[in-house]
Design a protein. Sequence first.
Length: 103
Amino acid sequence: MNYLIPANTKKGQLILGIFRKSDLILFAVGVLITVILLAVMPLTSTFVTIMIMCPAFIAGFLVMPVPYYHNMLNIIVEMYEFLTNRQTYRWKGWCYKNVQKGK
């Protein structure tokens, strides 16, 4: 008997098929900070308004779904890990143990 696993099995574990709990918490914190800043700070100019809206825009950008990855935060973490980890890949193929020490 062969079992066929549907392509969207991981999607069923996500909220609305897109978000993890941590994504929604990140977005909610960004929106909450923006709402608090909108209530506290005077909106005197366009620049101040844009700066106050930045936490919600940044949080929304980070949780935005991207094809072949989960979201932008996932891409940024993967890029950071690639750039900061060892870039010299050592061969450990089928003939790795057959190398003679004296030569």
